[in-house]
Design a protein. Structure first.
Length: 267
């Protein structure tokens, strides 16, 4: 980023009206391909942009500083090498879709997009399918004319091109694959760390004693003065806002469990 723009982001103060907020979103949105999970970070601003609905909230404050931090921290991205295959990893959560384009396990660009209310109500299969379609459209200038691998944590999509067209989504979206040279690989959510910030299956492999420990963590979060407000904000925003998510009563920050501070140690 140009140094003058970098300083502008550092000095930017919280918006007091819609016009100022649009200016901040315009500046940050220009660099969204370099910000992992941009759509999720900026999601709290969506409601504020509606007519006569501007009311700055705690979640907007979290999003504001998270975006400033993301934009003033240099990303470690690689330049594309068109002599080697690309890897496109996609993932869909209940509120948005994400994708990472990489080569040799090194990210080249990020993509994220908030799902419409209608798409949020669709099945996991449809949302994962939609994530691939949107990612192909976003990165087509990299992928057209080159072999690449699509990695998804939806098993039903592995044999996508061999399936019969049975759903409206398949009939509408499959033609969008024309011209691309790719293979689809299944990658479990636990392995799909970059694209899957929600860590879907990560607790299912834990043993019973560890689950009892987690139960204690859940209880202490509800009485922790710092974590309880964050937990409530997540629940109020469909279990996700900024870098925070709630799953099975646990509060996560970037897929890491937040442990409460308590004088009674967690055994």
């Amino acid at each position: 980023m140009d140094k003058s723009k970098l300083q502008a982001v550092i000095d930017w103060v919280q918006s007091t009206n819609v016009k100022q907020l649009r200016g901040f979103i315009g500046l940050t949105g220009y660099y969204r391909r370099f910000v992992k999970g941009y759509a999720h970070l900026a999601a709290p601003f969506t409601d504020l942009l509606q007519k006569d609905a501007f009311h700055w909230t705690p979640s907007a404050t979290v999003a504001f500083y998270a975006l400033k931090r993301a934009l003033t921290t240099a990303p470690v991205l690689a330049l594309p090498d068109f002599s080697i295959p690309f890897v496109l990893e996609t993932d869909a959560s209940g509120s948005g879709i994400k994708a990472v384009l990489s080569q040799n396990n090194h990210p080249i660009a990020y993509f994220s997009k908030k799902l419409s209310p209608r798409m949020q109500r669709q099945s996991t299969y449809v949302r994962e399918f939609y994530a691939i379609i949107e990612a192909l459209a976003k990165f087509c200038h990299y992928l057209l004319g080159h072999k690449f691998v699509i990695k998804t944590d939806q098993k039903g999509l592995k044999e996508l091109l061999e399936q019969q067209l049975q759903t409206p989504e398949q009939q509408q979206w499959l033609p969008k694959f024309i011209g691309f040279d790719f293979t689809i690989q299944f990658k479990s959510g636990r392995d799909n760390i970059v694209a899957d910030a929600l860590s879907r299956s990560f607790m299912l492999a834990w043993s019973a004693p560890q689950n009892q420990w987690l139960k204690r963590v859940v209880e202490l979060v509800q009485v922790d003065p710092k974590l309880k407000p964050l937990y409530d904000q997540c629940v109020a925003h469909q279990n996700h806002f900024g870098d925070y998510t709630v799953k099975d009563g646990l509060l996560f920050w970037k897929a890491r469990i937040l442990l409460p501070y308590n004088e009674d140690p967690i055994q």
